[in-house]
Design a protein around this ligand. Structure first.
Ligand code: ATP
Length: 582
């Protein structure tokens, strides 16, 4: 076996056990005490038998029996305490690992997230880590514990006869070598089984998110078909991996029986040549039985390691995945409204299919730009580039002449705000939904903003005010209300550049009017971009950019373009029917 897996185990253990070194140390000490107690009890029984045979019933026998009882009880108490500590260590370590994985996944680029379903990621962050609980709490300590127990017994057997001890030691080495050799192919099968499980849960997650559409469009048959297909794959691969792991178990049971026979034969032989007393023969028999316990445990741990290793491989793979979007050195554009420049930007989601081509324009600080174009022309893609969800394949984007790639992502995204038609709400309080869990924003600030965007009546009807929980995905809110909350969020974050992407599409005309004034104020002293299908929503913009098939076909001041009957924009205005540009 190469050293790489061991290095992986070591790195993982060192990282997550170091913070709880004291608990781990205590747990190890308790396990050591338990070894001592387990080794001692058969010795007391040996003395008990030999004393009975030599002296008949005596006072000493009662003391030996009492000592046996006390040690047994003590051993039970130590086992309970060490089990508790094992659980504690396992939970703390796995929770920390879950947190790290989640934080890492959140830093990965949009391309990664588009190519993995939510369910799959959930399974990788939680499912894989669950299977590591034993690895963290027991693997190393139990391995060390059982190896020590094994060595202790061989040492005690050595005090009786070295040939006896050497033969049992050789037998143990052969068993462990055989079991280790057998586990190799099992790891790969567990990797396949875990992937199948991730795909199954990925599919379930996707189906639940789209439940309304699936029901509405009669897609249930498709869902069931896929459900059974994926479930069968998961079931079959897991059974296969489980059965592959079972064959070493069956073989190990046969080897253990052989070990017991070996102990009995050797004990009988030593008794026949008068080296061992009946009590010692009993001790040999008990120890050869007891030897099976650590061997059994070692083989269980090895089996568990099969599962753990496949999880560790997948976790390692996830942690090694680097985001295609990396932080810049930390340049910061000057405070205040931002000047936005696109310089010959070309981008495609795949290498050979450009979605935006040779896009160049400048939006001066404090101006508002309206972007229009038919469905699929690349308007939303443009805003994704601005947030560095993706990087252009060529060209660059600058804010106040600072290229986005020179800024730290967190700094960049603090300066920008985006409101889209899909508002993400959390199963959290209204306050947390509005502030994105930022405790520094006061209730007074929130009240002012809610009043500004006309949500005061809605807010006053909430049973627990800002502490009212919204429920999963903002249950109970109309789409329009959800969008108004999204506006409130932006007001609270004070960005320097705001992008509205079809932002008011779900508002009824009355609500839209309410928000119009608020949007005007939002754009005061700020740079703005409005991506719109309805040209009516472009009344407030200074400049217009018309995009077709990923290229700019027209750019200029709105008033000028609107007044020029030969312009694309004027033609679009003429063709707009019922306020909607299609
Ligand atoms: N994540 C993605 N992966 C691959 N292709 C994508 C992705 N997102 C969008 N596209 C494609 O890129 C092109 C431009 O999409 P984009 O969403 O930018 O257009 P849009 O002008 O905003 O459209 P709409 O007005 O319908 O929102 C489309 O052909 C779309 O299919």
């Amino acid at each position: 076996m190469s050293l790489r897996p061991f290095r992986r185990y070591f790195v993982l253990l060192a990282r997550y056990l170091r913070p709880q070194w004291l608990t781990t140390l205590l747990m190890s000490l308790l396990l050591l005490v338990s070894i001592g107690l387990q080794l001692e009890n058969p010795r007391i029984l040996r003395d008990f038998i030999d004393m009975t045979l030599a002296q008949g019933l005596s006072q000493n026998l009662i003391w030996a029996a009492l000592l046996f009882l006390v040690i047994t009880l003590l051993n039970q108490a130590v086992s309970v305490a060490s089990s508790y500590l094992c659980e504690k260590v396992a939970w703390t370590a796995t929770n920390a690992l879950r947190g790290d994985l989640l934080a890492h996944v959140l830093t990965l680029d949009q391309g990664f997230h588009k190519s993995h379903t939510q369910g799959e990621l959930l399974e990788r962050i939680d499912g894989d880590v669950n299977d590591l609980a034993n690895f963290f709490s027991k693997f190393v300590v139990h391995m060390v514990f059982h190896i020590l127990l094994l060595l202790g017994m061989l040492l005690v057997l050595g005090t009786i006869d070295w040939i006896l001890s050497a033969s049992m030691g050789l037998y143990c080495l052969l068993v462990v070598a055989a079991l280790t050799w057998m586990r190799r192919p099992v790891v790969d099968r567990w990797v396949v089984a875990h992937q199948a499980s991730a795909e199954f849960f990925g599919f379930i997650g996707e189906s639940l998110v789209a439940a309304e559409d699936i029901r509405g469009n009669g897609g249930l048959n498709y869902v069931w078909h896929n459900f059974y297909q994926r479930f069968s794959r998961w079931y079959n691969t897991t059974c296969y991996a489980g059965w592959s792991g079972a064959s070493p178990w069956i073989i190990s049971q046969a080897l253990f029986t052989l070990g017991k026979v070996l102990g009995l034969v050797l004990g009988a032989y030593l008794w026949s040549i008068h080296i061992a007393s009946p009590g010692t023969v009993y001790l040999i028999f008990v120890y050869s039985n007891l030897l099976m316990q650590p061997l059994d445990q070692i083989q269980w741990q090895i089996q568990d390691l099969n599962k753990s290793e496949s999880c560790i491989r997948r976790i390692d793979g996830l942690l090694q995945t680097r985001s295609a979007i990396q932080d810049g050195p930390g340049a910061m554009p000057a405070a205040g409204a931002l000047t936005l420049t696109f310089e010959q930007v070309t981008f495609g989601y795949t290498k050979y299919e450009p979605v935006l081509q040779d896009i160049s324009f400048q939006l001066p600080a404090g101006h508002v730009l309206g972007i229009v174009g038919r469905t699929g022309s690349g308007k939303t893609t443009l805003s994704r580039l601005l947030f560095r969800m993706y990087d252009p394949q060529s060209g660059q984007i600058c804010l106040n002449d600072v290229p986005l790639t020179e800024m730290r992502l967190v700094d960049l995204r603090q300066r920008l705000s985006l409101i889209t038609q899909d508002v993400q709400l959390f199963d959290a309080s209204v306050r947390d939904n509005l502030t994105f869990f930022d405790r520094s924003i006061s209730d007074q600030q929130i009240h002012t903003v809610l009043a500004e965007i006309g949500l005061l009546d809605w807010y006053q009807a909430l049973p627990e005010g800002l502490a009212t929980r919204l429920g999963p995905t903002g249950n109970g809110l109309s789409a329009g209300e959800a969008q108004l909350l999204a506006f409130a969020r932006v007001f609270l974050t004070h960005p320097d550049l705001v992008i509205l992407d079809e932002a008011s599409s779900r508002l009824d005309p009355v609500t839209e009017q309410v928000i119009e004034k608020a949007v005007d104020r939002l754009f005061e002293q700020r740079t703005g971009i409005v991506i719109a299908h309805r040209l009516a929503t472009l009344q407030r913009v200074d400049e217009i950019l018309v995009i077709e098939h990923g290229r700019i076909v027209e750019a200029g001041p709105r008033a000028t373009l609107a007044a020029d009957p030969t312009s694309h924009f004027a033609r679009l205005l003429q063709h707009e029917q019922g306020g909607v540009f299609v």
